[in-house]
Design a binder for this molecule. Structure first.
Ligand code: ZN
Length: 706
């Protein structure tokens, strides 16, 4: 709060606003008198958000105005740093609202989100395209970074230079440098792209919801009793299918059906329905793809990049499309080889069932699942007793303690947004460095999935105070039931370690500027801290330390560890091939360098034929429903999953090679990566840790592709 009072214009408004009783009651307008200034959850009510958002935007606007109208020459402090510190209230209310709308949702929260989202995006646009503000940013930038690429760092330390560079870059990438004659077109492109991506998503949703495979009792051959019960429930929700069974195109319904149904004809129907979504017809997305890809190219060209991928990668660790192709191609060949071997095995099984039949894409999951059960029957009920939620959580804490010396002190007296969430003070050498909420079980107000977020990120405020992070992990794990504690599947255990890894990235952050701190790193780096933790989760030695039977306390037997390990490399030919096919397809669309008419179905076939994809496998997502790249921000970025997987496997390999999974010297170096946020060159940080560039071999080995 203090920092906002330094701007006189803002102070006045704040004082006059205080006359309003309503405003005085709004917890966002006063300091939080809570431990560690944790958000005052108990006092925050839905009606407080909108006024706080409005006031937050107004204050930031005033702060920007005072930067722009500053009569002094632009300098780092009065422009770059002042801009960095602006919008504190807005950040505070956003940090609470958007996190709670994911895990404490309600119609009221949804209505607020709908009202505020367009306002926030207009507010962000106003800043991004504020010509006067950009002129000042550019003046400062040009005084340090010369046109010949050299840099005069006089007076600024490395983190300040990084902030200057990143701030300038974000304005340029947002279009601030676009010549006046093209500004109008640039804005048009942005808004057209935004509305097309929205329509794309709506079409996929509608096409997915539109299809139902209605089955009678004699068509359920092979389905599990759980599956049948769910199919029955879905059918009964609709009068027209009452007492029948319905399979939908949503993953939890479709995929198990493809894995278990013995009816080849029905599998073909379900597969065809799934893979032909939005490829023509009522919810056609093919025309949208054609337009979208061309508009993205045009926008990249206006920004000075030859392709959309060049534009995207310039802000990633990968840097160039070439580097991305190289990365993907390294895995493509061994993955395809493995997939062909898998294909031959399934063909043999099919031939035994149905002599003369040729394996088709709708047979793949079915035979893969059958063979998996034969070979690696991993009985869930055998695994779960060793992975009690408390045990796995303690295991994650143990790893963080051994690596970084952290301890986690539960304190349920900290303010909380829901009594189900467990609250921890995180200590390093006796000093609290952050607060962690762990919110594990599903409830109606929580969206599905698992994620980590920050109510407040670590940073140093304008007065030099280190502000500790307030981090949240949200999951949807199996609840305690039937007198048993929560017992996790192995997947869920990995998820816990994964999200905990993100949390460590936020907790260990030691940066000055919030926009560079913690998890604010490029998309193709952000999963390294999380994915590397999964390696400890599945390491036999570590597992023996944390996976104890919840009743007997006995350590997990080696035979079960071996089964878990074997199950992990099973089916990797298919998994990697369909993932890489999709990643390469994404790259092919976004490395087009000349506008052209695109028929996505033809384009996709050509692209996949070129890399030799076998007809029994299709891209994980076919173009017309490839939402990652046409709606959710993974355009020219679907490779990130593979890229970071290479990094995490290679990074963990360093610990293994050292013979000590908690090697102190390596842990210290990896901690530097976690502490540094985006304040330094991340690839250089990685090399400092590893001693060389990331090597693909550990990943290939882990996935059984070597
Ligand atoms: Zn993640």
């Amino acid at each position: 709060m203090k920092k906002i009072l330094t701007a006189s214009a803002v102070t006045l408004c704040l004082l006059s606003a205080c006359k309003d009783k309503k405003t005085m009651d709004n917890p966002f307008f006063s300091a939080w008198n809570t431990p560690y200034e944790i958000p005052d959850f108990g006092r925050i009510k839905p009606e407080h958000y909108m006024p706080a958002f409005e006031e937050g935007m107004r204050r930031q606007k005033a702060e920007i105005d005072s930067i722009v109208n500053n009569p002094e020459e632009p300098c780092f402090a009065n422009t770059i740093e002042a801009y960095e510190y602006s919008g504190a209230l807005l950040e505070q209310v956003s940090g609470v609202f958007f996190n709670l709308s994911e895990c404490e949702n309600s119609p009221e929260m949804e209505a607020i989100a709908e009202e505020v989202t367009p306002k926030l995006s207009a507010h962000a646009d106003d800043i991004a395209l504020d010509a006067a503000l950009f002129r000042r940013v550019k003046t400062v930038y040009d005084s340090y970074f010369r046109a010949d690429g050299t840099c005069d760092s006089a007076g600024l330390d490395a983190e300040q230079l990084r902030l200057l560079e990143e701030t300038y870059k974000s304005f340029v990438r947002g279009g601030a440098n676009v010549p006046a004659s093209q500004q109008e077109r640039f804005r048009q492109l942005n808004s057209q792209i935004a509305s097309l991506t929205l329509r794309f998503a709506q079409n996929v949703l509608k096409a997915t919801n539109d299809y139902r495979l209605v089955l009678d009792a004699d068509q359920l051959d092979g389905l599990t009793s759980d599956q049948i019960a769910v199919a029955r429930e879905v059918a009964n929700a609709d009068e027209t299918t009452k007492d029948q069974y319905v399979v939908t195109l949503h993953m939890p319904s479709w995929e198990p059906f493809m894995m278990n149904s013995r009816r080849r004809d029905l599998r073909e129907q379900a597969w065809t329905a799934y893979t032909s979504r939005c490829a023509g017809g009522r919810y056609d997305n093919t025309r949208i793809i054609d337009t979208l890809v061309n508009l993205r190219l045009e926008r990249a060209n206006i920004l000075g990049y030859p392709t959309h991928a060049d534009y995207i990668h310039a802000d990633c660790i990968a840097r160039t499309p070439d580097a991305v192709y190289r990365c993907l191609n390294q895995i493509w060949t061994p993955a395809l080889q493995k997939a062909k071997a898998e294909c031959a095995e399934y063909q043999k099984m099919l031939s035994a069932d149905d002599p003369g039949a040729k394996l088709q894409p709708w047979d793949w999951r079915y035979y893969s699942e059958r063979l998996r059960r034969q070979r690696y029957s991993l009985d869930d009920d055998e695994v779960r007793p060793y992975f009690s939620l408390d045990g796995v959580r303690e295991g994650a804490f143990m790893v963080a303690h051994k690596l970084y010396g952290l301890t986690f002190r539960e304190n349920q007296n900290l303010p909380s947004y829901n009594s189900e969430a467990r609250s921890y003070e995180v200590l390093d050498s006796g000093r609290v460095i952050g607060v962690l909420y762990m919110d594990f079980f599903p409830r109606a107000s929580k969206r599905s999935g698992a994620w980590m977020t920050e109510f407040r990120g670590q940073h140093v405020d304008r007065d030099g105070n280190n502000i500790i992070p307030v981090i949240q992990i949200v999951c949807n794990f199996t609840k305690p039931a039937g007198g048993k504690p929560s017992l996790l599947s192995f997947d869920e255990s990995e998820t816990l370690f994964h999200e905990f890894g993100h949390a460590l990235h936020g907790l260990l952050s030691r940066c000055r500027y919030g926009s560079l701190a913690g998890t604010n790193v490029p998309r193709d780096f952000v999963e390294l801290p999380s994915q590397i933790m999964e390696n400890w989760c599945r390491n036999p030695q570590v597992m023996r330390d944390y996976a104890h039977h919840y009743q007997t306390g006995e350590s997990i037997p080696d035979s079960l560890i071996a089964k878990i390990a074997a199950a992990q490399t099973y089916g990797q030919g298919f998994i990697n091939t369909e993932l890489l096919a999709a990643s390469l397809l994404d790259m092919d669309y976004h490395t087009l360098s000349a506008p052209q008419r695109i028929d996505p179905l033809v384009f996709e076939k050509t692209a996949l034929d070129r890399i030799g994809l076998i007809p029994e496998i299709v891209s994980r997502y076919k173009s017309p429903y490839f939402q990652h790249i046409f709606t959710t921000g993974y355009d020219a970025g679907y490779y990130s999953y593979t890229w970071t997987a290479i990094l995490d496997a290679d990074a963990f390999q360093a610990f293994q090679e050292s013979g000590d999974l908690y090697n102190p010297a390596l842990a210290r170096k990896f901690r530097t990566i976690l502490e540094s946020g985006n304040t330094r060159d991340l690839m250089q940080l990685y090399r400092d840790f590893r001693g060389h560039d990331p090597d693909v071999k550990p990943l290939l080995r882990n996935r059984g592709l070597l």
